[in-house]
Design a protein around this ligand. Structure first.
Ligand code: ADP
Ligand code: MG
Length: 614
C-alpha cells in the first residue's frame, strides 16, 4: 500500500522556482545529488567506526552513476547511510532550514537561482530541473525495511515499502525529453570530472556491458600534496563545501606539524553570502579525524569575526567520537583555532599590500573582520592594521590606520574619527570644520561595529583613538571675522536655553564652526550621537537626548542678526522661530529625525515665499 503525501507549502514554492527559472545550468543537479551521496557515505563511515554494531560493513563506499538511454533515465546510487520513512518525509518533503522563505523572496527579486540554490540546502530538489519523475529506493543502516519514494515534483509524493538488499540509496531520474543529454556517457564523464572530482569516494560510471569505470580520484583533497592539486580542483572543492558558485578569493592549504598535527584547507569567498548577518545561521568549518568526517559547522574552530571562512580541518590527534560538548572545551581544538587564525591574519596582511585586490575582500567582509578588534584581545592591533576606513583626506580609496599616521603632522598625537550612518553626510558634518581648517584628517566611520571597537582599542601604535567630540578645547580656529556682541550673544544663548530645555541639555557658544550657524554635539565623556541612535534603534535605551549640546557660532552672520534682533522685544517670537529651524537643521546634519517636520517645512516655505515678494 502506498501512502500519498503533500509537500509542505514552501517546498512547492521552491520547486516552482527551481524548475521554472533555471534553464542554463541544469547540470548542477548532478553535483547536488553526488554531493548528497557523498554526505551519506560520510555518515555511514562515521557510524561504522564509532558504533560498529549499528552498521554492518557495506563494502567499499562508493557512488555509481547509471545512465539508460533507451529508458531515458539516470540513476545515482550510493551505499551510504540510507533513509527510513521518517527521513524521507522530513528531509525530502519539507524544508527544515531557516531562511527558506528568504530564499524564495530573494529569487523573486533577482532570479539568480544558481548562486542561491546550494546555499539554502535545497540541492535535492534540483533533480526536478531535468526529471519529470523521481523514484528513490532506500534502506537505512541498522534497519530492516526499505522504502520507495516517488514524486513528479508537483503533486507531492508517495511512499511505500519495498525490497532492497544493500544499505544505501538509489535515486532514479525519469528525464524530461529535452534532457536526454544526461544519458550520454561522454557528457556525464565530463560533468563528473569537472564538478565532482574532489569527492572523497570513488564515483563509477556504469557503462552497461562494458562494466564500471572509475571517474574521479576519490581522495580527500586536503590530504594530498599541494603540488598535485590544480587550481580547478581547489575551486571545485570550495564550491562543494561552501555551496557557493563563485571563485574563492583566498585559498589556503597547509599542514601544521609540531605538538599538534593537522591539515587545513580554507577559503574566503569572493562574494558576500546572503546570510552573513543572520544570527541563527550556523557557521564554522568541517572537521575530519584522519579523513573520517566527524562534524559539520564546527564553530569552535573559528572565531566569530572570521565566520565567513569556509573549509576543512583534519587532525589525527583528536578522538573520533568527539562530541559537541567535547568540542567546546577541547584544548586541542583551541590550539588548532589559534594556529588557523594566526595563519589567516598573516595571509590577509600579505594580500592587503595590494589595494585593488584587498578592497574586494574588504567590501564583502571588512565589516565582519572589524568585530575582531572588539572581540579578539590578543590580535586586536593586528586586525586594526588590516582594517580600511573612509576619511576626510582620501577621496576614492579607503585608508589604513598606518597610512593615516604617516600623513599626520609630527606633533599630532591622536587618530580622530567621527561616526554616523553615511559617509557623504558625515563628510559635511559642521563639527569637522575646525579639523578641515587645521588640515587634520578625520576617519569617517559608518558601520555600527565602529562604535564598539573604538571603545576597546583606545590606542594604536602610541596614538590615542579619539572621537572628534572628545577633542581638546585647544583645537580652535584662529579668527579674524566679525563676532556677535558678547552681551547680545549671551542673551541669545540664555533665550535659546529656555526654548530648548526639553530638546537639549545645553546651549553654548563655540569657536569651532565657520560656515554653519549651529551644530549638535555631546558632552565630553558621553556617548556620541550616532551611538545613541544605534542603541535607540535597538531599543537598548530610550531617553538619550539628555546629553546633547547645541553649539552656536557667534561669527555667523545669521547668529549675529538674531542676537541683535533680541534687543527689540517685538522680534523675539520671530527669533524663536528661526532658532527652532536652526535646531532642526543641526539635527538633519547629524542624520537625526526632527521633532515637527510639518512646522519645519511650513516655516521654510514661508521664508521662501517672503524672499520672492521683496
Ligand atoms: P542538504 O544536502 O543541504 O542537506 P539536500 O536537499 O541536498 O540538502 O538534501 C536534503 C536531505 O535529504 C539531506 O540532508 C539528507 O538528510 C537527505 N538525503 C538526500 N540524499 C540522500 C542520500 N543519497 N542518502 C541519504 N540521505 C539523503
Ligand atoms: Mg545536498
Amino acid at each position: 500500500m502506498s501512502e500519498k503525501m503533500n509537500f509542505k507549502a514552501e517546498v512547492n514554492k521552491m520547486l516552482n522556482i527551481v524548475v521554472n527559472s533555471l534553464y542554463s545550468e541544469k547540470y548542477i543537479f548532478l553535483r547536488e545529488l553526488i554531493s548528497n551521496a557523498s554526505d551519506a557515505c560520510d555518515k555511514l563511515k562515521y557510524l561504522m567506526l564509532t558504533n560498529p554494531k549499528a552498521a554492518k560493513n557495506n563494502g567499499e563506499l562508493k557512488i555509481v552513476i547509471t545512465p539508460n538511454a533507451e529508458e531515458n533515465t539516470l540513476k545515482i546510487a550510493d551505499n551510504g547511510i540510507g533513509m527510513n520513512k521518517d527521513d524521507l518525509i522530513n528531509h525530502l518533503g519539507t524544508i527544515a532550514k531557516s531562511g527558506t522563505s528568504d530564499f524564495v523572496a530573494d529569487m523573486k527579486e533577482n532570479g539568480s537561482a544558481v548562486d542561491l540554490i546550494g546555499q539554502f540546502g535545497v540541492g535535492f530538489y534540483s533533480a526536478f530541473m531535468v526529471a519529470d519523475k523521481v523514484e528513490i529506493v532506500t534502506k537505512k543502516a541498522g534497519e530492516e525495511k526499505a522504502y520507495k519514494w516517488v514524486s513528479d515534483g508537483i503533486d507531492g509524493f508517495e511512499i511505500e515499502e519495498t525490497q532492497k538488499d544493500e544499505i544505501g540509496t538509489e535515486i532514479k531520474l525519469f528525464l524530461k525529453k529535452e534532457d536526454k543529454d544526461f544519458t550520454d556517457t561522454i557528457y556525464l564523464r565530463h560533468l563528473i570530472t569537472t564538478y565532482s572530482d574532489h569527492i572523497s569516494y570513488p564515483i563509477y560510471l556504469n557503462l552497461g556491458k562494458d562494466g564500471e569505470e572509475k571517474i574521479n580520484q576519490g581522495l580527500a583533497l586536503w590530504a594530498r600534496n599541494k603540488s598535485e592539486i590544480t587550481k580547478e580542483q581547489y575551486k571545485d572543492f570550495y564550491q562543494h563545501i561552501s555551496h557557493n558558485f563563485d571563485e574563492p578569493w583566498l585559498t589556503m592549504h597547509f599542514k601544521a606539524e609540531g605538538n599538534i598535527e593537522y591539515s587545513a584547507l580554507l577559503y574566503i569567498p569572493s562574494q558576500q553570502p546572503y546570510d552573513l548577518f543572520q544570527p541563527d545561521k550556523k557557521q564554522g568549518l568541517k572537521l575530519y579525524v584522519n579523513k573520517v568526517f566527524v562534524s559539520d559547522k564546527v564553530e569552535e574552530l573559528m572565531p566569530n569575526y572570521l565566520r565567513f571562512v569556509k573549509g576543512v580541518v583534519d587532525s589525527s590527534d583528536l578522538p573520533l567520537n568527539i562530541s559537541r560538548e567535547m568540542l567546546q572545551q577541547n584544548i586541542l581544538i583551541e590550539k588548532i583555532k589559534h594556529g588557523i587564525v594566526s595563519r589567516l591574519l598573516k595571509d590577509l596582511k600579505k594580500r592587503a599590500e595590494k589595494y585593488d585586490d584587498y578592497i574586494k575582500f574588504w567590501n564583502n567582509f571588512g565589516i565582519v573582520l572589524k568585530e575582531g578588534i572588539y572581540e579578539d584581545f590578543a590580535n586586536r592591533e593586528e586586525i586594526a592594521a588590516l582594517s580600511l576606513f573612509a576619511s576626510t583626506k582620501t577621496k576614492d580609496k579607503l585608508t589604513t590606520l598606518d597610512a593615516y599616521i604617516e600623513r599626520m603632522p609630527k606633533e599630532q598625537q591622536e587618530i580622530y574619527y567621527i561616526t554616523g550612518d553615511d559617509v557623504n553626510i558625515l563628510a559635511n558634518n559642521p563639527q569637522l570644520e575646525v579639523f578641515k581648517q587645521k588640515g587634520i584628517e578625520v576617519l569617517l566611520l559608518v558601520d555600527p561595529i565602529d562604535e564598539f571597537w573604538t571603545q576597546m582599542l583606545l590606542n594604536y601604535k602610541g596614538k590615542t583613538i579619539k572621537h572628534i567630540a572628545q577633542a581638546s578645547a585647544e583645537l580652535n580656529f584662529d579668527r579674524k571675522e566679525q563676532k556677535a556682541d558678547q552681551k547680545q550673544f549671551d542673551k541669545l544663548i540664555s533665550e535659546m536655553s529656555a526654548w530648548f530645555k526639553d530638546d537639549v541639555a545645553k546651549v553654548e557658544g563655540t569657536e569651532k564652526l565657520t560656515s554653519s550657524p549651529v551644530s549638535l554635539t555631546t558632552e565630553k565623556g558621553q556617548m556620541n550621537i550616532h551611538l545613541e541612535r544605534l542603541m535607540r534603534n535597538h531599543q537598548q535605551q530610550t531617553a538619550f537626548t539628555s546629553s546633547r549640546i547645541l553649539e552656536i557660532n557667534p561669527y555667523h552672520p545669521l547668529i549675529i542678526k538674531m542676537a541683535e534682533a533680541l534687543d527689540n522685544k517685538s522680534k523675539k517670537s520671530e527669533v524663536e522661530k528661526v532658532a527652532k529651524i536652526l535646531l532642526d537643521q543641526a539635527k538633519i546634519a547629524e542624520g537625526e529625525p526632527i521633532k515637527d517636520p510639518s512646522f519645519y517645512s511650513a516655516t521654510i516655505s514661508d521664508y521662501i515665499l517672503k524672499s520672492f515678494s521683496n
